[in-house]
Design a protein around this ligand. Structure first.
Ligand code: SIN
Length: 315
C-alpha cells in the first residue's frame, strides 16, 4: 500500500524526494559507485571530495572499522575534479535525483580554481565546498580559522553565482558556534553540512600495543557512534544562529531511522550517511526510509516540516 508519509525535502530551489544522501568519502569515488547510489532509495548522491588533479591519498592502512564506528585518514584519494564534474553534468536531475559535487582543494587558490571551473561548466546543481578534511598532514582544517573562511567566501562569491554549500568541521564551544555563524550569515551560502569526522582521534589496539592506521602516526577522523551527539549539537546550535535561508544537512552517527528523526528535530533539512553506509551499502537507504516512516506514522507526522527544528528543552 502506498504510504501517505513524505520524506521529501528541499535545499534552496533543489527538491529531494527523500532526505537521505550518502556522505562524501564513502563508496562514492567512482562513477559505478555513484550510479549505484542514484539507483537506490537515496534522494541523490554526493561525490567524493575532488581536488584539481587526481590523488592517491595517504598510505594504507588508512581506515579501520571499530565497534563504535571507524577511524580514517584517507587523505582525499580521488579521480580529480574533471572526472566528477563530467559525472555531475551528465547526471544532474536524472530520475529526479540531485548530484552534489563535493570539492576539497588543498589551498584557497585550489578551491577558487575549482569553483571557477564549475562556474564555467554546464553543471547547475549544488556544489559542496569541503573546508574540514582533517587528514592532510601539515594542513589545518580551514573551518576552524574563521578569518580564512571569510577570505575564501569573499573570493568565491565575487564570481561564483551557483548554489554553494559548505562542509564544516565539528565545533565544540559556544564561541565557535557564534563565530562561524557570524561569518556565514554575511554570505549567500545555500547550505552548510555539519559535521565532518571528529578530527585527530586515536584508536589503540591493546593486543598489538599499536595504533590502527598508518598516516599521521595513527591520528584520524572519527565517524559513527562516537560523533552523533556532537553532530546533533552542531545542527541544533547552527540552526539557532544562521539566517533561515541557509539550510542544514545533518551528518554524523546516522545508522537508523531514529537517528534521522533526531537530526531533523534538531533542524536538519537533509541528512548524509557515512560510516553506516560504508558498512551496509545502498540497501541502507531503503531500510532507514522504512524505519523513519514507521516512526512518523506512530507519531502522526506526515511531513518532515511538522517536526523539523522542534526539539524541546527542559524548562
Ligand atoms: C579523507 O579523504 O581523508 C576524508 C575526507 C574528509 O574528511 O573530508
Amino acid at each position: 500500500m502506498q504510504s501517505n508519509i513524505s520524506l521529501a525535502s528541499q535545499i534552496g530551489d533543489y527538491k529531494f524526494d527523500n532526505l537521505l544522501l550518502n556522505a562524501a568519502g564513502i563508496r562514492c569515488a567512482t562513477t559505478e559507485e555513484l550510479d549505484k547510489i542514484l539507483d537506490s532509495d537515496a534522494g541523490g548522491c554526493v561525490t567524493k571530495s575532488a581536488t584539481p588533479e587526481p590523488r592517491k591519498g595517504n598510505e594504507s592502512p588508512r581506515m579501520k572499522a571499530t565497534s563504535m564506528g571507524c577511524i580514517n585518514s584517507m587523505g582525499l584519494p580521488n579521480h580529480g575534479l574533471d572526472y566528477y564534474l563530467k559525472f555531475a553534468e551528465a547526471n544532474q536531475g536524472k530520475n529526479g535525483k540531485q548530484v552534489i559535487l563535493s570539492i576539497a582543494g588543498l589551498s584557497i587558490d585550489q578551491n577558487i580554481e575549482m569553483l571557477k571551473k564549475i562556474q564555467a561548466s554546464s553543471f547547475a546543481g549544488l556544489t559542496e565546498l569541503n573546508l574540514s578534511c582533517p587528514n592532510i598532514a601539515g594542513k589545518s582544517q580551514v573551518g576552524y580559522d574563521f578569518e580564512a573562511v571569510r577570505d575564501v567566501l569573499t573570493s568565491a562569491f565575487s564570481f561564483f553565482k551557483k548554489p554553494l554549500g559548505l562542509k564544516l568541521p565539528p565545533y565544540f564551544d559556544f564561541n565557535q558556534f557564534d563565530g562561524i555563524a557570524e561569518v556565514l550569515n554575511d554570505f549567500p551560502v545555500t547550505y552548510i553540512n555539519v559535521i565532518n569526522s571528529i578530527g585527530n582521534g586515536l584508536v589503540v589496539d591493546p593486543e598489538t600495543e599499536s595504533v590502527v592506521i598508518k598516516p599521521k602516526g595513527g591520528f584520524g577522523g572519527l565517524g559513527g557512534d562516537y560523533v552523533k551527539p556532537t553532530a546533533l549539537a552542531n545542527v541544533r546550535a547552527l540552526r539557532q544562529r544562521l539566517r533561515p535561508e541557509i539550510s542544514i544537512i545533518g551528518t554524523g552517527g546516522i545508522k537508523s531511522g531514529k537517528d534521522v528523526f533526531e537530526h531533523v528535530l534538531c533542524g536538519a533539512n537533509l541528512v548524509q550517511i557515512g560510516t553506516a553506509f560504508g558498512f551496509d551499502g545502498t540497501p541502507i537507504f531503503e531500510r532507514i526510509s522504512k524505519e523513519l516512516t514507521a516512526i512518523m506514522e506512530k507519531k502522526g507526522y506526515k511531513t518532515l516540516d511538522e517536526f523539523r527544528g522542534k526539539l524541546k528543552t527542559i524548562e
